[in-house]
Design a protein around this ligand. Structure first.
Ligand code: ZN
Length: 87
């Protein structure tokens, strides 16, 4: 059985029964994120694999987490500067 990770969400895509892993050239949809992918399989190996349509929603929590850490680092820097120069 061929296991491939989705290029958009990196979850393992379960290939549908009708797909012949010995010879397949076409599209698959990731069940996790609904992204449309193009895959070419030859003798059970992935020859080509690319995203046709990325339907993955951007992870808002991660984005907010990154923004918060940037703001935190900046305020820490300002705080240190204040201590240093006794402002
Ligand atoms: Zn996916």
């Amino acid at each position: 059985m061929v296991e491939i990770g989705c290029l958009a969400c990196s979850k393992i895509i379960k290939l549908p029964q009708y797909i012949d892993t010995e010879k397949y050239d076409g599209q698959v949809v990731c069940e996790e994120c609904n992204s449309l992918l193009y895959i070419k399989l030859v003798k059970g190996k992935v020859e080509k694999f690319k995203i046709v349509e990325n339907k993955r929603k951007p992870d808002i929590k991660i984005t907010l987490g990154i923004l918060k850490s940037i703001v935190f680092r900046r305020s820490m820097h300002r705080f240190k500067m204040r201590v240093k120069y006794n402002l």
